[in-house]
Design a protein around this ligand. Structure first.
Ligand code: IPE
Ligand code: IPE
Ligand code: MG
Length: 242
């Protein structure tokens, strides 16, 4: 069974935070002679199942890369389809209530359509007290933009005399990022065979384990996630030590 395992590893070997670069929707559609939008629709269907599996397995933080700051370069029709899927996903809070999941959007929401921004605001507010799992959706997210935004926030505090430059530490800087207060990802999974981060969590992945898988995102199952977790459990993390 390639890239699949029927069960996850023991809890003590699990990551606390995983990041998933959902990729391969377009190729999945093309292989079936379908428009790319159909690949995104198939990909969106997988998200809920994978998040439920993370929760059941005992992974407290998950970040899903849903739309990058660079994805606006795609044809208007495709971008609209992606926004429509996100709109549907973020306005359906039933699942989050049932799963006791907290939802946080990472990224610049200002350029998004007003109704989508409102859905995001409501979803974050309503789920703020949920405790079983934190689900970050990276939406109009770019890591370099996030770092520049953080630098500006700190510069502003300095300019206002509320912060001294020497008080800017790695910890303080982390708090100026969208992921403030959450542990750094231990594992990044990228399906589709591409081996790059594509501007995803560059600061936070300084010591993350990276796993590139051949499966396309719409075909990704809980068994693929189990496989990824077993690969992670086998890695020896040294953080520069011996
Ligand atoms: C990932 O699938 C979804 C988003 C980027 C939003 P792609 O659309 O990038 O799929 P491929 O890489 O073209 O197969
Ligand atoms: C990264 O995938 C962005 C998301 C998954 C949302 P892309 O398909 O956009 O990345 P590249 O263009 O292959 O680097
Ligand atoms: Mg892609």
């Amino acid at each position: 069974m390639k890239e699949r395992e029927s069960s996850p590893p023991e809890r003590e070997y699990l990551p606390r935070h995983i990041g998933i670069i959902m990729d391969g929707n377009g190729r999945w559609a093309r292989a079936r002679g379908l428009p790319r939008e159909m690949g995104h629709r198939a990909g969106a269907k997988v998200v809920g199942e994978i998040i439920r599996h993370c929760k059941k397995t005992g992974i407290p933080h998950v970040t899903i890369y849903a739309l990058s700051t660079e994805n606006w370069k795609r044809p208007r029709k495709e971008v609209d389809a992606l926004l429509e899927l996100l709109r549907r996903y973020l306005s359906d809070m039933e699942e989050y209530r049932r799963e006791n999941a907290r939802l946080i959007v990472l990224g610049d929401t200002a350029p998004l359509p007003p109704d989508l921004r409102e859905s995001i605001r409501k979803a974050q507010e309503e789920s703020a007290g949920n405790t079983a799992i934190t689900v970050n959706i990276a939406l109009n997210y770019g890591s370099r933009a996030e770092i520049v935004r953080g630098a500006r926030l700190l510069a502003q505090e300095c300019a206002e005399g509320r912060l001294l430059p020497e008080e800017i530490t790695e910890e303080r800087f982390s708090k100026a990022l969208y992921t403030a207060g959450q542990p750094d990802p231990d594992l990044i999974i990228r399906p589709s065979g591409e081996q790059r981060l594509s501007n995803f969590l560059l600061w936070q992945t300084a010591y993350a384990e990276l796993l590139f898988m051949d499966v396309l995102w719409p075909d990704f199952t809980p068994e693929h996630l189990n496989y990824a977790l077993h690969q992670y459990a086998r890695r020896s993390r040294r953080f520069g030590g011996v």
